[in-house]
Design a protein around this ligand. Structure first.
Ligand SMILES: *Cc1c(COP(=O)(O)O)cnc(C)c1O
Ligand code: SF4
Length: 420
């Protein structure tokens, strides 16, 4: 093969000049992000700091390094009382009272691992905001008037069906954490409930009878809060149904309890055909070496991992923070899938952003960063009418003399010939 020193032909000197000028524009277009990015903490850079908190928590809980890596130990030692919490990071008397008060209404609990990611010196730490009750929850006057989605959309026990070809089986209401922004806050209850095997069998019967169902999501709660054997059983039952082509798992464990992703668990998953796992990273601080290791194991087992972020004011409802999150999830092999708009629910008003905020975020993703880093922004329609994408508008006018008028990500207005 011949070697050409200059690379592809067809670029003139003039062309290089134009390209150079465009490149200056590209760089300028993200300069604000490059400046802002420096101040956005990422878990991958905080290993040392998190490690110190981990040591502290281990000494408070009296655990060993080995126990720390055991997810069952993590679940058993979920931090759910103010006294323990106060030993891990400083809390004022007022804060202690407020956590007690709010926690009575909607329970709280945080895994030792996730607690180790909290910055003790930052009351607005995004990890803290997601896990520790805030008085804002009690101050929220919102009243939910919308009928519960489940009321009209459960044709069989444990099933939620909103779509033609796919549905959810709810296997448990248990979670590895009770996220303060949880859109199912009211379902969390005060007890962990695993739904009876009999109910799941009825759900499986429903799927067998409805041959258009080709995609089954196991979720809850958190699908990974049941045992490997139980999941193995459900997945095997689904494998045996010809028309079920893919299976999905909904779980926050890679974020809040990554040690749940054990080698044995991954070996089990590997037996079960095509599995997608969707999780919920909401801030770059959650992207840690431990989370990355868990994802790597999953991908080795052939599992495809996606991320469903919730748009949260004070946490990620910011174009720079969200972009960094999307880029950081990609770094650990997680594909951004959805950004969910946070719906109006009792107790979470302080987290709610406006749709305009979400649109601005989307505007500054497309073009500005890898297409891979761009999820779909979703509003969940009331009454279970389904996920609805909302997007910045790029088409300005259709059909002007066979032309479509649109704008580019960079703001160039252009005509596109639409004639055949
Ligand atoms: C979210 C959801 C799905 C999956 O929707 P996709 O857009 O395919 O990811 C399926 N069923 C229910 C009930 C859901 O809430
Ligand atoms: S893991 Fe999901 S379902 Fe569970 S509390 Fe968090 S947001 Fe809610």
């Amino acid at each position: 093969m011949e070697i050409d020193k200059e690379g592809p032909k067809g670029v003139t000197e003039e062309g290089r000049k134009v390209a150079a000028a465009r490149c200056v524009e590209y760089k300028e277009a993200i300069q604000d992000y490059l400046d802002a990015k420096k101040d956005i903490p990422c878990g991958l850079d905080l290993t040392e700091k998190n490690e110190q908190q981990k040591k502290k928590i281990l000494s408070v809980l009296g655990g060993s390094e080995e126990e720390w890596n055991d997810w069952k130990w993590q679940v058993r030692h979920m931090i759910r009382d103010v006294k323990t919490l106060a030993k891990i990071f400083p809390l004022s008397d007022e804060e202690k009272e407020q956590i007690e008060e709010v926690g009575k209404d909607v329970r709280w609990g945080v895994s030792p691992y996730y607690a180790s990611l909290i910055d003790p010196d930052d009351p607005n730490c995004p990890v803290r905001m997601q896990s520790i009750p805030s008085i804002q929850e009690a101050l929220d006057p919102s009243v939910v008037t919308e009928p519960e989605t489940i009321l009209y959309n459960s044709p069989a026990p444990c099933i939620t069906r909103l779509y033609p070809d796919r549905l959810i089986i709810n296997v448990t209401n248990a979670c590895s954490m009770f996220c303060r922004h949880c859109l199912r806050r009211r379902d969390i209850g005060h007890e962990n409930i695993r739904y009876a095997k009999e109910s799941v069998k009825e759900a499986l019967d429903y799927i067998r009878e409805n041959t258009e169902i080709r995609d089954v999501l196991l979720t809850g709660g958190d699908a990974l809060m049941v045992s490997d054997d139980y999941l193995d059983w459900i997945l095997s039952e689904l494998d045996a149904i010809d028309h079920v082509e893919i299976k999905r798992l909904g779980t926050r464990t890679p974020v809040v309890l990554p040690m749940r992703i054990t080698d044995e668990f991954c070996e089990m998953l590997e037996k079960h055909g095509t599995i997608f796992l969707n999780t919920q990273f909401n801030h770059s601080k959650e992207i840690t070496e431990t989370a990355a290791a868990a994802i790597k194991k999953l991908t080795r087992a052939g599992v495809l991992v996606g991320n469903q972020t919730v748009l949260l004011k004070g946490i990620n409802a910011d174009k720079h923070i969200m972009k960094k999150l999307m880029q950081d999830t990609l770094r650990i092999r997680v594909k951004p899938y959805y950004i969910f708009h946070c719906k109006k629910l009792e107790g979470i008003r302080h987290f709610r952003a406006h749709i305009e905020d979400g649109l601005e975020i989307m505007e500054y993703l497309r073009g500005y960063t890898s297409g891979l880093a761009i999820p779909t922004y979703i509003i969940t329609a009331p009454s279970g009418r389904g996920k609805t994408p909302v997007n910045p508008n790029y088409i300005l006018n259709t059909n002007v003399d066979g032309q479509v008028l649109f704008r580019t990500w960079g703001g160039h207005v252009m005509k596109y010939d639409n004639e055949r």
